[in-house]
Design a protein around this ligand. Structure first.
Ligand SMILES: Cc1cc2nc3c(=O)[nH]c(=O)nc-3n(C[C@H](O)[C@H](O)[C@H](O)COP(=O)(O)OP(=O)(O)OC[C@H]3O[C@@H](n4cnc5c(N)ncnc54)[C@H](O)[C@@H]3O)c2cc1C
Length: 378
């Protein structure tokens, strides 16, 4: 009897965060009659697409081009949208606590809240420090930085973080400053001891280094720390900065520490190949917030996107007692790095290429992704 009731009564599915994978879940909910009462918890009605952020900074896109409006997606999915952050999961009572003080019970939980930028060591820079995430905060602050650089000679910007995001941000910032007519702006990129673009091929690295040089961006390799006027290096030297953009490594969101869900040693949600929590069978997670127990995957939008359909299938299947699917990542992922103007570098395993055509290819992929979620070209 209890078994049958489970299928008759509506199960409450709570989607936490409107990240890349959750977009697929919302689409699936819209297209499939389901026995879910769905709720989406998100602090913002819009999801900013990081892949187009450097293009927006460089002036190639309008803000609307890079923002997915979650409201029509939630409407189509018949999901109630709550504007709040989740602050805690009470797994004993199967409820989530929200930043507005309310609690909401769940039968099934799907978490896709991304990660935070690890700014430890840089915080002494105070007001000058701007972490690239949360993206909405970055998007609010960037026009102010551009404005300040326009009104001040020798504006100095330092991007800390030699990964793909840091490289793209440095290129975009330099291009934007020059395009705006800023007087003698300088942009430096600081990569840690791991060097520039760890995990990418020698070809991609050398193309990037050459272009950074050509575009007048200083590349430094050192451990950077924050100070009131800028940054200090492990060598004892220091560098003045009007703004420091942190695109350093990521860390798990702090609220995860308030849960009994099994985490790895760094604090990410441990999931299996089906994106299911190792400790809680009714909790699923995808994207940067989680870590696979069986394989190591880079934290990237590519994997968050590709996990989406698997996550959607498994949420439905877990309720209906059907077989769950595994997310099997491709051996190599394609990364297209924007370099400021309408030009980009392609990185795919050991293969690399560059040119304007790469930028148009990236633009075509990114626009296609946005079109899928209702963002039309303006
Ligand atoms: C400048 C830049 C460029 C990048 N370019 C690429 C690229 O070209 N290719 C690539 O593969 N990767 C790229 N990345 C990495 C990529 O952005 C991340 O890996 C990806 O965004 C992770 O996706 P996600 O779905 O896990 O989370 P996110 O995209 O971060 O989405 C998480 C969502 O959850 C919401 N949220 C956060 N906390 C809570 C909470 N407590 N409660 C409720 N909701 C919450 C957030 O508001 C957000 O909407 C780039 C990153 C940056 C910074």
């Amino acid at each position: 009897m209890t078994y049958q009731l489970k299928y008759i009564m509506k199960q409450r599915l709570i989607l936490v965060g409107g990240g890349h994978a959750q977009l697929s879940v919302l689409t699936a909910l819209a297209h499939k009659p389901s026995n879910f009462e769905a709720v989406l918890i998100t602090p913002n009605a819009h999801q900013i697409y990081s892949g187009m952020l450097p293009g927006w900074m460089a002036g190639h896109y309008k803000k609307e081009d890079c923002c997915i409006d979650l409201r029509p997606l939630a409407n189509a999915a018949r999901a109630r949208m709550i504007s709040a952050h989740m602050t805690c999961i009470d797994d004993k009572h199967q409820c989530v606590e929200l930043s507005d003080g309310s609690c909401l019970e769940y039968d099934l939980l799907s978490i896709n809240t991304g990660s935070e930028i690890d700014t430890s060591g840089l915080e002494a820079a105070g007001e000058r420090l701007l972490p690239v995430k949360p993206l909405d905060n970055f998007v609010k602050r960037w026009p102010q930085i551009l404005g300040a650089a326009l009104h001040q000679d020798d504006y100095q910007l330092i991007v800390v973080g030699g990964g793909a995001a840091g490289v793209e941000l440095a290129f975009a910032a330099k291009f934007a400053f020059t395009r705006q007519g800023c007087k003698r702006p300088s942009v430096a990129l600081v990569a840690s001891q791991d060097g520039l673009l760890p995990g990418h091929s020698v070809g991609t690295k050398s193309r990037s280094i050459t272009l950074l040089k050509q575009r007048g961006i200083t590349l430094l390799q050192a451990q950077a720390g924050g100070m009131a006027e800028g940054i200090t290096f492990s060598s004892g030297e220091s560098m003045r900065a009007d703004c420091i953009i942190a695109a350093t490594g990521v860390r798990p969101p702090a609220w995860l520490r308030n849960t009994d869900i099994k985490l790895d040693e760094q604090g990410y949600i441990l999931v299996d190949a089906q994106q299911r929590s190792l400790s809680h069978p009714n909790v699923f997670a995808a994207g940067d917030v989680c870590i696979r127990q069986d394989i190591r995957l880079p934290r990237s939008g590519v994997h968050a996107v590709f996990t989406g359909p698997v996550l959607a299938h498994n949420l439905f299947a877990s309720i209906c007692g059907q077989k769950l699917r595994s997310y099997r990542p491709r051996k190599k992922s394609l990364y297209l790095l924007a370099t400021g103007p309408r030009h980009a570098i392609a990185s795919w395993g050991a293969v690399s290429a560059q040119g304007e055509w790469v930028w148009y290819w990236k633009n075509w992929i990114d626009r296609g992704f946005m079109r899928k979620y209702g963002v039309v070209k303006r």
